[in-house]
Design a protein around this ligand. Structure first.
Ligand code: SF4
Length: 467
């Protein structure tokens, strides 16, 4: 864990609330107060939780992995899948007993699930032991919420005001090698299956100079991989007066001195421009891997999803990228069984997968999200049918992954050594997003090494360090 305590610029009133919380904790003789954070969902939530942890440290808490010893428990929730929501209710319910054992314990719920009024109301009314409920655009006020709860009533703050972004929030990053760097928040796209625009508000881009400052600090503190985050990073800067778009931002980050690499997610095909592909080609620190969700290979279904590109447009984009960078690798997200999807539509997804040959896929069977247009669309295909299509897709992708991996034998890759597997064996990811396992000595950990791929066995690539 590393804590950024350069707080110049973080809201002075929040810093004052943090000091008051510290004083109150002392006054109430809470010795060594501890906080435990549970994060559900996507990288955006993981990144928000790093800032939440930073604010908790500022309030005087230390972080603990043990929920039973915590004086503050926070659930940062996700609204994308029903299954995750059920787990949140179960987890929050379990804190009732912990509160009986520890009267100082405070419980907070935030994130995309809590942003939905009906869910927030449920937490507030049916879970009286939840002290603080707050939405996705209010988390920078956590010190104030804790102070208010310590001195008065329960807190309920859901305002989604789309105001400017609060900068310089303290951060306690989870890793030391690979770090998240949010460049924008919210989404303007309103894909018909997605809850994000309703729970995270409209698109807002961070100031490019703030991003450069944060990236520079990360590199100075030893980070070797920076993952730029946003719901649609390709539309970074739209509507802002600074005139920096995502292509320009990539070039600016690429110019920062140091040995590091740049990844980004998530890209929307409709905003992936030739200018951006040129920037990816030209920037040597940007990885040769693009995560470009296509969701469905059927233009009919894409229209119903409101994705604003069609099958042909997507394939053209892949070609434009490969014309510039023949070795670029793609990964994608796919939804199987969108309302109204037929087997013929699904087959178009299957043929697209076979044509593009993605390194890997993140595949989901459609699950309705209350409050989205797709949730009320007629959906005649049964869950069983969709399950069969899904399995067909997995089998096809397994074959493609196997072929692609075998084709890498003999290739040299630059790998960031991320994991010590024991007995002198290490693993890491290449610039093409492939995982490679190799023998090495302890000093390779956390460094870039060039590895030649020797074999592919049991779904794993094995290689040898050549420098
Ligand atoms: S681009 Fe579409 S899928 Fe992605 S967050 Fe926005 S609305 Fe959701």
């Amino acid at each position: 864990m590393n804590f950024n305590d350069n707080l110049t610029g973080y809201l002075p009133e929040q810093r004052a609330f943090a000091s008051r919380v510290q004083a109150l904790l002392k006054e109430r003789e809470v010795a060594n107060p501890k906080a435990h954070i549970v994060t559900f969902g996507c990288q955006q939530n993981v990144s928000d939780s790093e800032r939440i942890k930073g604010m908790l440290i500022l309030c005087g808490y230390t972080l603990t992995e043990e929920i039973t010893e915590a004086d503050f428990i926070l659930f940062n929730t996700c609204a994308v899948r029903g299954h995750a929501e059920d787990r949140v209710y179960g987890n929050v319910g379990a804190t009732k007993k912990l509160k009986q054992a520890n009267p100082n314990l405070m419980v907070a719920v935030c994130g995309c699930m809590a942003q939905q009024q009906s869910v927030a109301d449920k937490f507030y009314k049916s879970y009286p032991y939840v002290d603080i409920v707050f939405g996705t655009q209010q988390y920078h006020r956590l010190p104030e919420f804790i102070y208010r709860r310590m001195t008065s009533k329960r807190v309920y703050e859901l305002e989604l005001d789309n105001k400017e972004i609060v900068e310089n929030i303290p951060i306690s990053r989870d890793g030391k090698l690979k770090g998240w760097l949010p460049i924008m928040y919210g989404c303007n796209n309103f894909c018909t299956y997605c809850i994000v625009p309703y729970v995270r508000g409209r698109e807002r881009s961070r100031d490019p100079q703030e991003i450069i400052k944060e990236a520079t600090n990360m590199i100075k503190s030893g980070f070797k991989e920076i993952m730029l985050l946003g719901q649609n990073v390709n539309s970074y800067g739209k509507g802002e007066s600074h005139g920096v778009n995502f292509a320009k931002l990539l070039r600016m980050i690429n110019d920062i001195e140091g040995d590091f690499r740049i990844r980004f997610m998530t890209s929307h095909p409709k905003d992936c421009t030739e200018e951006l592909l040129d920037a990816i080609r030209d920037c040597e620190k940007v990885e040769r891997h693009i995560h470009l969700p296509f969701q469905s290979g059927s233009s009919k279904i894409l229209k119903q999803m409101n994705r604003r590109y069609d099958r042909e447009g997507y394939l053209k984009l892949i070609k434009a990228a490969r014309d510039r960078m023949p070795d670029v690798e793609f990964t994608s997200d796919i939804i199987v069984g969108f309302p109204g999807e037929t087997y013929e539509d699904f087959c178009e997804t299957l043929t697209l997968v076979k044509e593009v040959k993605f390194t890997s896929l993140f595949t989901f069977i459609y699950s309705p999200r209350e409050g989205t247009p797709a949730a009320v669309m007629p959906d005649p295909a049964s869950r069983e049918e969709k399950g069969k299509w899904f399995n067909e897709l997995l089998i096809a992708q397994d074959e493609i992954s196997e072929q692609l991996n075998r084709s890498l034998i003999g290739k040299e890759m630059r790998v960031l050594c991320e994991e010590d597997l024991g007995d002198g064996v290490y693993s890491g990811k290449s610039e093409f997003y492939s995982s490679v396992t190799f023998n090495g000595t302890p000093e390779v950990m956390g460094n870039f090494v060039t590895v030649r791929v020797e074999k592919y066995e049991n779904n794993t690539l094995y290689g040898t360090i050549i420098n």
